[in-house]
Design a protein around this ligand. Structure first.
Ligand code: F6P
Ligand code: MN
Length: 364
């Protein structure tokens, strides 16, 4: 398609919002600011070592372990800065929260405050940066409580503790062979590819849909001894392939970059599991509810897929803290529903499927 016929992200937003007369220009401007942060990060990622951005963040300039107890990379810190700086002045936000920041981030006193809260993981999969494998950014937008908007007060943790179903928009940018922005403003999911010469996100993937069925799953199998029984059963059955109860072979992928896995699943189906496990009893799951599970859950559901904890729909979970972790399963609807059925079945003391447990690669 010639460039002149393509929609830019700006045009897409304007045309989308015309269908919602109550929407204000504020919301579009907010998405464009978030997209600008993603473009700035894409540029930093593209320059890599040439830009001096690889490696760990220097402890001398502000510490190097984030609130999650993870070593911060230089690009984690830079990406967080881009998100904060490029979104704090527009007047659309009442506050922000980031995976990289212990406390909610306030809009500076001299800047106007707005109606929305922006929550983000500025650089997801950052362990992949130094080996030049895809990373991404992921963000979620909810309305600020009325009382915050009316009073203009500083935001507190409780303001952000809204279930995923309250999101008005969510998106991610994937810094892969091309940079893409995938976005839902609550009316389906659209994908945009960054034209690096124009510096514009162009609509290339309208109306993305996750295939309902799949023969591909993604899980970090090194954790298998910590998995709960329904997850073990599901993976064992996939591994048994044609000779097992599923009657078909499965393929496995693990990029260790959730945004990249979400994108693969959006493009060709699949199921992703980072389930609740017993590895660290203080952490019921690896991924974060507000920064990762909710936005990816919103995008999956908007694309006809499904997101769950295994026990309940992800978007219904009432958050209890800003940095809360949770078991996350998402992707092709029929597969996620199957995993939910396994979680709902009464626990038996027998191995789930003796025939396959004996042959399982991941047997305890
Ligand atoms: O943000 C956490 C994250 O990097 C995800 O992007 C990814 O899915 C996961 O952690 C990888 O975890 P692990 O190191 O256990 O494979
Ligand atoms: Mn992450």
């Amino acid at each position: 398609m010639p460039l002149s016929k393509r929609f830019t992200l700006t045009r897409y937003l304007i045309e989308e919002r015309r269908r919602f007369p109550s929407a204000t220009g504020d919301f579009n401007a907010l998405i464009l600011d978030a997209a600008l942060a993603c473009k700035a990060i894409a540029r930093a990622v593209a320059f890599g070592e040439l830009g001096g951005v690889l490696g760990n963040h220097d402890a001398d300039v502000g510490g190097c372990v984030n609130v999650q107890g993870e070593t911060q990379k230089k690009l984690d810190v830079l990406s967080n800065e881009y998100f904060v700086r490029l979104n704090q002045w527009g007047g659309h936000l009442a506050g922000m929260a980031s995976e990289e920041m212990d406390l909610p981030c306030q809009i500076p006193a001299q800047q106007p405050r707005g109606n929305y809260l922006l929550v983000f993981d500025p650089l997801d999969g950052s362990s992949n940066i130094d080996v030049n494998v895809s990373v991404g950014s992921i963000f979620s937008i909810v309305r600020a409580p009325h009382e915050v908007v009316d009073s203009g007060r500083d935001v507190i943790e409780a303001d952000f503790l809204q279930p995923g179903a309250a999101q008005v928009a969510a998106g991610y940018a994937l810094y892969g062979p091309t940079t893409m922005l995938v976005l839902s403003v609550g009316n389906g999911v659209a994908g945009f590819t960054l034209d690096p010469m124009l510096g514009e996100f162009m609509l290339t993937h309208p109306n993305l849909q996750v295939p309902a069925d799949t023969q591909e799953f993604a899980i970090n199998a090194s954790n298998s001894r910590f998995w709960e029984r329904p997850v073990k059963r599901y993976v064992d059955e996939c591994l048994a392939g044609k000779t097992g109860p599923r009657g078909k072979d499965f393929n496995m992928r693990w990029i260790a970059s959730m945004v990249a896995e979400a994108h693969r699943i959006l493009m060709r189906g699949g199921v992703f599991l980072y389930p609740r496990d017993s590895k660290e009893p203080s952490k019921p799951g690896r991924l974060r509810l507000l920064y990762e599970a909710n936005p990816v859950g919103f995008i999956m559901e908007q694309a006809g897929g499904r997101a769950s904890t295994g026990y309940e729909p992800m978007l219904g979970v009432q958050p209890t803290s800003l940095h809360q972790r949770i078991g996350l399963i998402f992707g092709s609807r029929n597969e996620v529903e199957r995993i939910e059925r396994y979680h709902a079945e009464p626990v038996s003391t027998e191995p789930s499927n003796p025939l396959f447990v004996e042959r399982s690669l991941f047997r305890n």
